[in-house]
Design a protein around this ligand. Structure first.
Ligand code: PMP
Length: 338
């Protein structure tokens, strides 16, 4: 008997996610909005793709060795993804969450998921940098908090046996999406894509897929989204994140968003608020049966807007980034976080 119906590793479950065409949410509009169901990845989000790629490349480049420890600063989906990949591959994973974030929104389920995959999770105290945080706008404060988390990882990485994934500045993050997410999207839609829309956190997803589209000569409009309280494009354009990193003594390195902007991506940027994102995420759940998180709601909200502007018959594609259960401690007032 040939036993072919099994897979060797849980890592093989990453990617090759299905693409669904929305029905009720787009009814009567005459446009096609396609969503790629990234919440079906094994740790519950699109981040599995980049976690695997970054770890494999770090292994290949000799930066991550047997019995090594992976460190990263995360609030959301990179934590569970690195914890999952690390546990399958036998690495220690130590994740840092700026303590401030446990106040403004509740990452309880994300933290529990990281711990269940065997990671150590430690809050990073931000109050020691109280002066740096004083008088900042909400968006600037988010950048400062990220910089504080990055400093913690930088300090650890200088010790033997530690590797910092540095998702914001690690180009292998974007490469993962160029080679897997982007390639799959082009294949699934046979290159018939008029616009590609995605939220920007690190920018890995938006830029990686955009690069795949450019390489395949698919002439699609690229639209990037920022949450109102984390203006990542502005952080790069005005050097906001870099200034905080400099103040904290973290050596400079280009971020994915900086590289992306230099290459003229995206064609358009939109800022989306909590309410629009959450309401669309609710509709996706109730009307389409798609149990996705809040940034997925933002993605679809914007994708519909873009499709309407492009006109009848337009094909717009986006991703459903993560699963809604990640946000349930905040229900019914979940935040749009990236
Ligand atoms: N939405 C959610 C919920 C995320 O966790 C992230 C990444 N942290 C993003 C969007 C943005 O993805 P990227 O980092 O690839 O830009």
């Amino acid at each position: 008997m040939m036993m072919l119906g099994w897979t060797r590793s849980p890592l093989d479950l990453i990617g090759n996610t299905p693409m669904v065409k929305l029905r009720r949410v787009t009814e009567g509009l005459g446009v096609n909005v396609f969503v790629k169901c990234e919440y079906l990845n094994p740790s519950g989000s699109i981040k599995d793709r980049m976690a695997l790629k970054m770890v494999e490349e770090a292994e290949r480049k000799g930066k991550l060795k047997r019995n090594g420890t992976i460190v990263e600063m995360t609030s959301g989906n990179t934590g569970p993804a690195l914890a999952f990949v690390g546990s399958v591959k036998g690495y220690n994973v130590h994740l840092f969450i700026p303590s401030q974030w446990t106040g403004s929104y509740n990452p309880e389920n994300r933290i529990k998921t990281m711990k269940l995959f065997g990671a150590k999770v430690t809050p990073v105290a931000t109050d020691v940098h109280r002066e740096m945080l004083e008088g900042l706008s909400e968006s600037e404060a988010a950048a400062a908090i990220i910089a504080i988390g990055m400093k913690k990882c930088y300090e650890l990485e200088r010790r033997k046996g530690f590797w910092w994934a540095d998702q914001i500045r690690n180009m292998d993050n974007a490469l993962a999406h160029k080679e897997s997410t982007g390639k799959e999207i082009i294949e699934q839609l046979d290159g018939e894509i008029d616009a590609w829309v995605a939220s920007i956190g690190t920018g890995g997803t938006l830029f990686g897929v955009a690069e795949a589209l450019i390489e395949a000569s698919v002439d699609a409009r690229v639209v990037g989204l920022e949450p109102k309280d984390a203006r990542v494009i502005e952080w790069a354009e005005k050097g906001i994140l870099n200034n905080f990193l400099k103040e904290l003594g973290v050596p400079k390195k280009k971020s994915i968003v900086e590289v992306m902007l230099e290459k003229g991506v995206p064609d358009e940027a939109m800022t989306i608020g909590d309410r629009e994102a959450r309401e669309m995420a609710n509709r996706l759940c109730q009307e389409e049966g798609l149990f996705c998180g809040i940034s997925s709601g933002a993605n679809v909200y914007a994708a519909i807007k873009v499709a309407k502007k492009l006109g009848k018959g337009a094909n717009v594609v986006t991703v459903l980034v993560d699963s809604r259960d990640r946000y349930l401690p905040e229900y019914p007032n979940e935040h749009y976080v990236i």
